[in-house]
Write a protein that binds this ligand. Structure first.
Ligand SMILES: OC[C@H]1O[C@H](O[C@H]2O[C@H](CO)[C@@H](O)[C@H](O)[C@H]2O)[C@H](O)[C@@H](O)[C@@H]1O
Length: 414
């Protein structure tokens, strides 16, 4: 970042300040982020903030390298599964004093207590939640209709208490028989924890130990997912040609279901040819709805920033109720994490069942075992990739998952 001339000591800027911020996210999400940046710049005419989009698959590595060379942007998004590694660098600013100060647009109490997750260690805070994203499924009404199904079939099944794994599989069988794709199965913690929990399964015990091998419902979940991939009812996203993702297939009416938080909504709602809605994950427990994963992202400031005071002020604006309203109203990409803005989702017009985001948020969970072990999510994802690609049998995958998890958990003991 540049710094010409330096801001006044009081934090009441007289000179011009330039900040940079980076975040992952599709192009429609980047436009959403820009809304809050623009609002802040209108109120603070001496401040210029440049948003630098970054690809999500190399995001963490790039940020770690940049931080090491003090070349990172002033502010950056940090995913919940990345936070531990970022704190361990010692290169991000501890925020508590600033958040308690009068200069901050937001205060710690504005957020639901469960949202801090790995961003808070004891009483030290290293990132502020920008928003949250409970996972659910998106379904494509045209694809269902073309397969001879009622376009609102998932809805009807859900309302009648029959939105089960079995019926989900049947719909996927019907769709694939019609020549289209069923569900695009993604890898990654957001996705497999949501599936595990939809079956009452677990990967970790209360004490953080890895319990999957003895957790029957957990094993059953991975068996269900892999069998459906083998049978062609689900298509594994990692097996798609380079550059092709579930979101693109969904938008071109090739696939019936994708899983995500609200982050596909800005992009999908721009596409008039698309008819979609949300549905919670199907369950295999007899309950209508089970917890799904709540994605969280935090905004952090690098210790190398030459404009720390202004970066902190902007961080507090971006994460405040107003900053969240700027971004999340009108087909935003997430659900507010401040407790005073649920009306944004309650009044959302797109899609019809936007309220399922609130239902999924209210019952969902912020994963707090795996996320606390640096690198564990990435390593498990590599093993699951082999499983979903059909290159590992389930038994062997579970052995490898257990070995890797135990090693990293052990290495992370204080
Ligand atoms: O899987 C893609 C990414 O999903 C999350 O990010 C999304 O949710 C965040 C929390 O609401 C939101 O701030 C961000 O704009 C969305 O893209 C997750 O936090 C990421 O780690 C993940 O890469």
């Amino acid at each position: 970042c540049s710094n010409e001339p330096k801001q006044g000591e009081s934090g009441n800027n007289e000179g011009k300040v330039s900040l940079t911020m980076t975040a992952w996210g599709n192009s429609a999400e980047q436009e959403v982020y820009q809304r809050a940046i623009d609002a802040y710049m209108r109120q603070n005419e001496n401040v210029t903030i440049k948003l630098i989009p970054a690809p999500s698959d190399t995001y963490l590595q790039q940020l770690l390298t940049q931080l090491q060379g003090s070349q990172a942007p002033d502010l950056f998004y940090v995913g919940e599964v990345q936070m531990e590694q970022l704190i361990a660098t010692g290169r991000i600013i501890e925020l508590t004093d600033f958040l308690d100060s009068e200069d901050s647009y937001v205060s710690i109490d504005d957020f639901a207590p469960g949202i801090w997750g790995p961003a808070r260690r004891e009483n030290q805070i290293y990132g502020v939640s920008v928003d949250s994203n409970p996972m659910l499924l998106y379904y494509n009404k045209k694809v269902l209709e073309e397969a001879g199904l009622d376009p609102n079939e998932p809805q009807k099944l859900y309302e009648s208490g029959n939105w089960t794994w079995e019926n989900f599989q049947k719909i996927n069988e019907t769709v694939t028989a019609s020549g289209k794709y069923g569900h695009v199965l993604e890898n990654g913690a957001h996705h497999y924890f949501s599936w595990l929990w939809s079956n009452g399964g677990e990967m970790y015990g209360e004490d953080g130990s890895f319990v999957l091998p003895e957790n029957e419902r957990g094993i059953e979940t991975f068996a269900y997912l892999t069998q459906n991939v083998v049978d062609g009812n689900f298509i594994y996203a990692g097996a798609l040609p380079e550059g092709q993702g579930g979101d693109a297939m969904f938008m071109s009416n090739q696939t019936a279901f994708v899983s995500a938080g609200r982050w596909f909504t800005p992009m999908f709602s721009e596409n008039d040819a698309l008819a979609f809605d949300y549905i919670p994950y199907p369950t295999n427990t007899g309950e209508q709805i089970e917890p799904s994963f709540i994605a969280t992202a935090y905004l952090a400031v690098g210790d190398h920033s030459k404009n720390k005071e202004e970066a902190l002020r902007f961080l507090s604006y971006y994460t405040s109720e107003q900053g969240q309203r700027d971004r999340l109203e009108n087909e935003g990409n997430a659900v507010p994490s401040v407790t005073t803005a649920d009306d944004i989702i309650e009044s959302a017009a797109i899609p019809e069942h936007a309220k399922y985001l609130i239902d999924a948020r209210d019952i969902g969970k912020v994963e707090d075992k795996q996320a606390l072990v640096p690198g564990l999510s990435d390593q498990l994802e590599s093993i699951l990739d082999l499983l979903f690609l059909g290159q590992l049998e389930l038994d062997e995958a579970v052995v490898r998952l257990e070995k890797t998890a135990n090693e990293l958990i052990e290495a992370n003991q204080p």
